[in-house]
Design a binder for this molecule. Structure first.
Ligand code: C5P
Length: 236
């Protein structure tokens, strides 16, 4: 998957996805399929997106025992997903098993899917983390700890906020991917995102990939919104 913005296809049905993609005829996009779409349209939607020439980030955040995650990843790699993720909370052994599953399941001649870890969910507050997970220290320390563990496990990168990207790079390596959601164009609605950044800020803060949902999907003119995001992301 190259570093074009990743469009979050947060829709429930194949029909909605097909309608949305009519705004991008003959273009090869980076798209993200999350739980909402995947649990309703299943493997078929992955096949369809791949056949249409898109690169797919399957955002289903696996978290289970290593053997189960290994087998799930081996199967998913066979469908040609380009990026997929796990919860870093599943542990180093689980993340390494996920990586091996992707390697063992990838189609001959195709690239190994990129494996990304989720650190702390952005819906988790520091207070909840300390009280419920019994993790002491700050939320940021926990995010950076999970980033280090993921790097150690051989994962390719993490999902993080734009504001964490630089520090993640510092505790890991420049090549370790920083995939950042919470992106808005100047003047957009923030919706439920608490900490947002523009594509240009994301670039300056060392994000390697941006995930953009409603700014494009809810726009009256998705193609123009995408071009705007692309322009800022490319630093123009
Ligand atoms: O519409 P919006 O641009 O806010 O969508 C962001 C996308 O990124 C959604 O699919 C959301 O689930 C996802 N995401 C996020 N924050 C995270 C992880 C994923 O917003 N920490």
């Amino acid at each position: 998957m190259d570093n074009k913005p990743i469009i979050a296809l947060d829709f429930s049905t194949k029909a909605e996805v097909e309608h949305f993609l009519t705004h991008f005829p003959k273009q090869s996009l980076n798209v993200k399929v999350g739980m909402e779409l995947f649990y309703q349209e299943g493997i078929e939607i992955l096949k369809q997106l791949k056949e249409s020439g898109h690169d797919v980030f399957l955002d289903i955040k696996l978290h289970d025992i290593p053997t189960t995650v290994y087998k799930a990843m081996r199967g998913l790699a066979g469908y040609g997903v380009d990026m997929v993720n796990v919860h870093a909370a599943g542990g180093v052994e689980m993340m390494a098993a996920a990586k091996k599953g992707l390697k063992d399941g990838k189609k001959a001649g195709s690239k190994k899917p990129l494996l990304i870890a989720v650190t702390q969910l952005t819906s988790t507050t520091e207070e909840n983390m300390q009280r419920e997970q019994k993790v002491s220290g700050t939320l940021e320390e926990s995010v950076l700890n999970y980033a280090r563990l993921s790097y150690f496990a051989g994962v390719d990168g993490v999902v993080c906020s734009v504001h964490e990207a630089k520090e993640v790079e510092q505790v890991t390596a420049p090549k370790f991917l920083r995939v950042t959601p919470g992106i808005r164009l100047p003047g957009d609605l923030t919706n439920d995102q608490k900490r947002i950044a523009t594509p240009l800020e994301a670039k300056r803060e060392k994000a390697t990939h941006i995930v953009v949902g409603r700014t494009i999907t809810k726009s009256k003119d998705p193609a123009t919104a995408y071009q705007e995001v692309l322009k800022y992301w490319n630093g123009e």
